[in-house]
Design a protein around this ligand. Structure first.
Ligand SMILES: NC(=O)C1=CN([C@@H]2O[C@H](COP(=O)(O)OP(=O)(O)OC[C@H]3O[C@@H](n4cnc5c(N)ncnc54)[C@H](O)[C@@H]3O)[C@@H](O)[C@H]2O)C=CC1
Ligand SMILES: O=C(O)C1=N[C@H](C(=O)O)C[C@H](O)C1
Length: 266
């Protein structure tokens, strides 16, 4: 697959700017437009800090998606805008590749149904790093043998959603093999609210936000006399870009929505 025409939403963001660099440095994708909150009508290279690329910037997502001839929309924005952009893209026959996290289950269901109805391939992946996808798969495997598990996710302090999309996806994968049950002491109480974290069928998720962090997760399993920790660290946002590229290539052959990069890996 070559010359896949891509729109990037969120080009000035931490992920969006990395995606522009990735597109600039490979040959299968080309940038045909951007969707941003500002700089309407300017071209990318005119915006300070953005790479030397000629695509036009739109602030009106509906206009961009109906006017520009594009194959894929790469969305790296915010939960609310990511959902709206994905919906608009599907309605306009542009295949969404969504990294944005924080969607509700209702939004995911709606997008899944819309993608099937319109037969527009869609990828929503809470984590595009190959190592993170493996960390989630290893965790699912481990949970078959160690059903007592807690998830600790650590991110930079500019992150809007908690817990992370990755932590939620990990819990969902573990749920497929772990029977729902309460963990810890049956009479456990919290003397400080939130001390035990968020609860998914008895599994706990703890979210840490600090400057200096990028994206990190530990899945800690406890057994009789032993613990097992499955750990992944993204130390640079370049870690996500091979997954974004793979998703943009593979979405061209889909006519349904897939949730999670694992569905696209061999
Ligand atoms: N799936 C994955 O592998 C990864 C996903 N993420 C997710 O990607 C999203 C973006 O993350 P970051 O780049 O770190 O955030 P960021 O805050 O650096 O960037 C978000 C960008 O979206 C822009 N934006 C907001 N509203 C917009 C709108 N209506 N139209 C166009 N652009 C708009 C903002 O101006 C900003 O530049 C988050 O939801 C984050 O959780 C982050 C890293 C990896
Ligand atoms: O906001 C981030 O940075 C990240 N968000 C994604 C998530 O919510 O899981 C992926 C990665 O953890 C980085």
């Amino acid at each position: 697959m070559s010359n896949i025409k891509a729109i990037v939403a969120g080009p000035r963001g931490k992920m969006g700017s990395e995606a522009l660099k990735m597109i600039q440095n490979q040959s299968t994708l080309s940038l045909v437009a951007c969707i941003d909150r500002m700089n309407d009508g300017m071209v990318v290279k005119e915006v300070e800090g953005l790479p030397d690329m000629d695509a036009v910037i739109y602030t009106d997502a509906a206009k961009c998606l109906s006017e520009v001839e594009a194959d894929v929309l790469i969305d790296l924005t915010t939960p609310e805008n990511g959902y709206t952009h994905a919906k608009l893209a599907i309605e306009n026959g542009v295949r969404p590749v969504v990294g944005t996290t924080g969607f509700t289950n209702e939004e995911l269901t709606e997008l899944t149904e819309l993608a099937s109805e319109k037969r527009v391939g869609t990828v929503i992946a809470p984590n595009f790093a190959i190592g993170a996808v493996l960390m989630m798969q290893f965790s699912k495997w481990a949970a078959k043998h160690f059903p007592e598990v807690e998830i600790i996710e650590k991110h930079h302090d500019q992150k809007l959603d908690a817990p992370s999309g990755t932590a939620i996806k990990t819990a969902e994968l573990i749920k497929e093999v772990r029977e729902s049950h309460k963990q810890g002491h049956e009479n456990e109480t919290e003397t400080l609210q939130g001390a035990r974290g968020a609860d998914v069928e008895g599994m706990k998720i703890h979210s840490m936000r600090l400057p200096g962090l990028v994206a990190h997760q530990e899945v800690v399993f406890g057994g009789l006399g032993e613990t097992l920790t499955v750990k992944h660290d993204s130390i640079h946002r370049a870690s996500f870009m091979s997954g974004v590229k793979l998703a943009a290539e593979r979405v061209m052959d889909l006519d349904i929505l897939v949730y999670g990069l694992e569905h696209l890996l061999d």
